[in-house]
Design a protein around this ligand. Structure first.
Ligand code: MN
Length: 413
């Protein structure tokens, strides 16, 4: 824990002094702080034997990253990428249990750094990227009142998003020109990866994202549309019921948090949000009109049989273009054979191999933030299939994020 303490001290000192951050110690702040490798432990017995304080022992954080209490006593701690849990599941329509998702995903992630964390296909180690990556624990979320919970999630996310980054944005790797932030407030924001939680949490997350980036494009992996009108999807009883895990994108669209589209013919180019792995039943085809209005472009799960992962990646990239983009992954996009522990499982989905390939295909995009949702560990197998799948999916997301700085060269789009 030696380094952790010194970094807290350093951050506090810099915050007080207002000095520019020095980053020549980046090599030291890789997240494998107290568990560098299983055979390189910090603890030695009196006989000089080593005890592997690693992977299957010790307190569990995402990928064994340093735990920083970002929302409470370490509010001054800076980071570049933060994992945060949102343990909320009172917006589910079928099987509840995603409130235990953050804890489950962390358990599934323990082995990510066993061999050091180098991502072979992406030729990069996200844990040695030089960025400071931490696990901020969970946002406190009430299980008794959705209205309050949704506000808590928004405020918790905003508190992280509007913190100064640990590292400067830097220069373009090709031209050497200074990079400019992609935000509308002109600031360089850290990136937050949220561990859900049911999918309802994306409404408050997008409210937070909007506060920094304005109306955003979204890449959404899910077996379901989640743009349903509340009147269609369980929202009739009350205003609280109207915001749930099948309607949050409807509200995000209504509130202008995401770029809106149009179902009018020939205007499909306006639809900037690719949905991948869609295979839900519908109340009727009018659900698709509604989905179009919210700006989504559907990529059905079964299309992979014809166009393959390359074709899926191409469709996603053509839809979203170069715009800054938010990524939301419902674990139910993956087939229940690979990820059974979820609220509304649908057969006929993608394999873990396929979705990981597709996520690596987002390399180079400007991901401003991401989440994985609907992991409900109570329905998992003893082999922890789902939580491991969720963690591995986030490993790809994290690698893509660390490879591409969140900036643009002045004058470019
Ligand atoms: Mn969903």
């Amino acid at each position: 824990m030696k380094y952790l303490l010194s970094s807290v001290y350093l951050a506090t000192f810099l915050a007080v002094s207002g000095a520019e951050h020095e980053h020549d110690h980046h090599a030291d702040q890789m997240p494998l702080d107290y568990v560098k490798y299983p055979l390189e432990p910090l603890y030695h017995t009196s006989a000089g034997e080593v005890t592997a304080d690693a992977i299957f022992s010790g307190i569990t954080t995402f990928a064994k990253l340093p735990w920083v209490q970002c929302l409470t006593k370490e509010k001054g701690e800076l980071f570049d990428i933060a994992f945060i849990g949102a343990p909320f599941d009172t917006g589910t329509s079928y099987r509840p249990g995603a409130r235990f998702g953050p804890a489950g995903i962390r358990t599934g992630s323990r082995r990510l750094t066993l061999y050091g964390g180098y991502n072979v296909p992406l030729e990069s180690n996200p844990f040695q990227s030089g960025l400071k990556i931490v696990d901020c624990g969970d946002i406190p979320v009430t299980p008794y009142d959705n209205k309050v919970a949704i506000k808590q999630i928004e405020e918790g996310h905003k508190a992280l998003l509007h913190r100064e980054t640990y590292s400067p944005l830097g220069n373009d790797s090709v031209t050497g020109q200074t990079l400019m932030p992609l935000s509308i407030d002109g600031k360089h924001h850290p990136r937050v990866i949220t561990l859900g939680g049911d999918h309802t949490i994306v409404l408050p997350l997008l409210r937070s994202i909007y506060s920094a980036y304005g109306p955003i494009s979204v890449i959404h992996f899910d077996s379901h549309l989640d743009t349903w009108k509340p009147s269609v999807f369980g929202g009739a009883p009350s205003d609280v019921a109207a915001i749930n895990h099948g309607t949050y994108f409807y509200w995000a669209s209504q509130e202008g948090l995401i770029k809106n589209g149009s179902s009018i013919a020939s205007a499909s180019c306006l639809n900037t949000h690719p949905h991948g792995a869609i295979r839900t039943t519908l109340s009727g085809l009018e659900d698709y009109d509604n989905d179009d209005d919210a700006g989504f472009k559907r990529i059905e799960a079964r299309e992979i049989d014809v166009i393959g992962t390359d074709g899926i990646i191409k469709k996603i990239r053509e839809t979203v273009g170069d715009a800054p983009v938010y990524l939301s992954i419902d674990i139910d996009s993956i087939d229940p054979a690979f990820a059974p522990a979820t609220g509304t499982p649908e057969t006929g989905g993608w394999s873990t191999r396929e979705i990981r390939t597709i996520l690596r295909g987002l390399d180079g995009l400007h991901l401003v933030g991401a989440d994985i949702v609907e992991v409900a560990p109570a329905y998992d197998t003893n082999a922890e299939l789902t939580t491991i799948a969720a963690a591995d999916v986030l490993f790809e997301v994290l690698t893509v994020m660390t490879k591409t700085p969140l900036g643009k060269v002045q004058g470019s789009q």
